[in-house]
Write a protein that binds this ligand. Sequence first.
Ligand SMILES: [Zn+2]
Length: 449
Amino acid sequence: MNSSTCEHVVYTVSQDLVKYSSRLPSNQGRSLLVHSLANSFGVLSSSYGSLRRVEVVKPKEATNDELGAYHAQTYLDVILHEASTDHEPTDDMLDQFGLADDCPRFVGLPKYARLVAGATLTAADALRFGHANISINWDGGRHHAQKSSASGFCYVADCILAILLLKRSQPALSTTLLFPVDPSSTKQRKPRVMYLDLDLHFSDAVSQAFYSPGVSDIPGHVLTLSIHHAAPGFFPISPLAQLPFADPSTAFDPYTLSLPLLEGASNRTFAAIWPIAERVKDIFDPDYVIVQCGVDGLAGDSKYKVFNWGLSLEHEGSLGWCVSRIVNNWNGRKLFLGGGGYNGPNAARAWTYLTSIILGKPIPVSTNIPDHPSHSGFPLYAPSFTLDVPAGNMQDTNTVEYLAEVTRQFNKACEALQQRSSASTDSIGYREMKSLFSKALRFQLHSPL
Ligand SMILES: [Zn+2]
């Protein structure tokens, strides 16, 4: 779908979401920086003058039932209650639920969990009810949270909850509007949800949740593709984090795809592998695309100095360039989520910039950070005081030979995906109908009045 003047973008934020997200121990204050920078650049204003219209929406709080669509009740019982002296879980229980080390309980955790999941579900609802074509929750993208435990700074599995919600929704409105069908027809296609993860880390919890090798030969309705760093000892350790056929002991599922990159991955490497993401998307043909835009792979991350990825869409293969491709050229409704990113000012730069790209009016990266009274943290943007997060001088160790091996394995994976995706299913009716409708439309367009 090309850019259209009628597209509508929902941006989820509220004072409470900022307040509680800013308490996340791994990213204290980050949420406040992100939303106040976006606000100071004016991208959240109806007068921003962008191609797509933005609407700021206050997120709901996720209910017990909504969280229980994935999480175990025993885990929710602990994270949804403030720590108190009564009925405190033992240290063993906290260990069991992952609430130690990098995921300690903190004051406001119950509200945080409900708001972060609620914001992603609010954003997903805007898509499934046809209120927006694109929605954003930069406080979401918590891709390591497990069914019964916190992990990797993630307490609540908002990505998984959104996939489950969209997967169970009615056929996409765009489909039914474009291709009107007899309501009694049973041949409407179930929605297909593609989850693309651009964080430095493998999307272990999300990929594992939908991994189902060898159980069926019919097309799947959820596809996960994680592009990340993997190396011995690098979090998270998972057999699914490797190239599709790298580990013979791990059964291959063409709907659970993983593309590990080596240290120093730069714009050049992302440009080289991007056709793989495009090919996977073309074969799967999603109705919804969820993009986890973790920014810990950008150059200058404070905690992880592993990749050397740039931001500016002027450079092919950069994060901005990839997001621009998705938002302007990919079909389907899109949900953009945040994720990792431990240099707070750089995360604020990146997500403000991506918001401007998503809205269709990119801010030039050389623009100065506004020294605005309402803007939190201006001195933190020293020394450049500009929007850009430029690549550094780290060596890119993704050699031509390694990238050729990636391409070879994904050629094989895409063949398997193509085979499964074209198997006989309920989508046949849809495809026939789509073809007939396209022919009818062409006929109408070319017929003399
Ligand atoms: Zn990460």
